[in-house]
Design a protein around this ligand. Structure first.
Ligand SMILES: Cc1cc2nc3c(=O)[nH]c(=O)nc-3n(C[C@H](O)[C@H](O)[C@H](O)COP(=O)(O)OP(=O)(O)OC[C@H]3O[C@@H](n4cnc5c(N)ncnc54)[C@H](O)[C@@H]3O)c2cc1C
Length: 377
């Protein structure tokens, strides 16, 4: 049961956003730019943002060569370029909004490890560079086979290395903390521990029900609602065309004389690793059990973590001893293609979800687009 004061003060908002990941906070910040005085409230079920935005690997990337070849085949040239441009613009806005130092942005470049089965992709470097020229103004992909030895990769497995100088890396935790800080400075309220059970739009306003340990159940009201719950959206919007996809990750203890520096992809983006200082973060392997990994359960499995360790030991750092410090899992959202869903689902409810594996890059631009859909009315 809530009091008169609570009802007067905490229940009504003009804009209500569910989910305090990069999409939810970016949407709130974009709305604030347009509406300096409106009441904006973000609801988060965790005690801090607890979705993919705080569990990812911190790649500031827009797609490796083999991923872009596959995007070109499924989306066609125009949609592929539009998606890359959204990622590029999203990263640019994120960096200028928060500052490179604050998010620990470092541009060491990105690499793709090419094994025997992907060697055919190398023939596409020239044509892909031509397609990307209008966006980047210079060639994006080039060969850097001489670095295979420098990084210490297993030369029997890694047959070629493709370099992309435009790729960078961030400190994911610092980025999310900075977004929360900026939201607070802009007078955007964030309620944590607020797990939304259901939403209802009666065409005049939106009602959002939250289970609460103290007050049993609370119903918040708002003029406009934006659902930014990504992989967890089906609980609130069961008809949305998306599937969860779990990503499992490990981080090593500090490694003496670590040779790896930059961001690295292999197996068409199914595996990814990078340095963070003198440690390595390594994730992926979802393709080992695609059905089992179509889940919102934030658990790691022996199958995938053991596979990551085995790849580190035999392919990535065959000559460098390491110890795993920690493992974790996070949940992404996938659909029939890699484009996010940004649409109005009822007069006062908009959804911005299905960000896939490059949400760090695209999240800011998705937030901008979701906000502009709301204020188009
Ligand atoms: C392991 C892993 C590695 C990745 N690596 C990279 C990478 O290196 N680079 C990159 O660009 N992208 C990466 N991604 C993808 C990227 O992290 C996501 O695309 C992006 O963070 C999605 O942001 P979001 O805000 O849409 O969703 P989320 O961050 O998932 O935010 C959704 C929020 O909604 C909250 N929520 C859910 N349901 C409710 C509810 N009912 N009530 C209230 N709150 C709710 C959740 O707790 C969560 O905080 C990775 C993802 C994973 C899982």
């Amino acid at each position: 049961m809530i009091s008169f004061w609570e009802k007067q003060t905490f229940v009504h908002s003009h804009f209500l956003i569910i989910g305090s990941g990069i999409t939810g906070l970016s949407t709130a910040l974009s709305l604030r730019e347009k509406y300096p005085t409106k009441n904006i409230l973000v609801l988060e079920r965790g005690i801090f943002p607890s979705g993919a935005s705080t569990k990812n690997a911190g790649f500031a990337c827009f797609g490796s060569l083999t991923e872009l070849i596959s995007d070109y085949e499924t989306l066609g040239e125009l949609d592929m370029l539009a998606l890359i441009e959204k990622r590029r613009r999203g990263l640019e806005t994120l960096r200028s909004r928060l500052g490179d130092e604050v998010i620990d942005y470092q541009q060491h470049g990105g690499y793709e490890l090419i094994t025997e089965s992907e060697i055919g992709a190398l023939e596409h470097i020239k044509s892909m560079n031509t397609r990307l020229m209008p966006l980047f103004g210079e060639p994006v992909f080039s060969m850097k086979n001489e670095d295979i030895k420098k990084f210490g990769f297993d030369e029997d497995t890694v047959k070629a290395l493709v370099y992309n100088p435009f790729e960078g890396q961030i400190h994911t935790g610092k980025m999310m903390r900075a977004l929360l800080k900026l939201a607070a400075e802009k007078n955007i309220q964030v309620y944590t521990g607020a797990d939304v059970e259901s939403i209802e739009d009666d065409h005049r306003r939106v009602y959002v029900k939250i289970k609460d340990k103290i007050n049993d159940e609370i119903t918040l009201r708002s003029k406009k609602l934006i659902v930014c719950t990504n992989a967890f959206s089906k609980k609130l919007l069961p008809n949305l065309e998306l599937n969860p996809g779990r990503g499992q990750v490990l981080v090593t203890e500090p490694i003496d004389d670590l040779k790896i520096k930059g961001t690295f992809h292999f197996d068409e983006g199914y595996y990814y690793f990078r340095n963070i200082g003198d440690r390595v973060i390594f994730g992926g392997g979802r393709n080992l059990d695609l059905e089992g990994e179509t889940t919102t359960e934030m658990q790691t499995t022996d199958l995938i973590i053991n596979n990551l360790k085995e790849k580190l030991e035999n392919v990535i750092m065959p000559n460098q001893p390491f110890k795993v410090e920690q493992t974790w899992a996070g949940i992404m959202a996938f659909g029939k293609d890699k484009t996010p869903i940004i649409e109005r689902v009822s007069p006062n409810v908009t959804v911005a979800a299905r960000l896939g594996g490059m949400g760090v890059a695209i999240g800011t631009a998705v937030g901008e687009q979701a906000a502009s859909l709301v204020y188009q009315e």
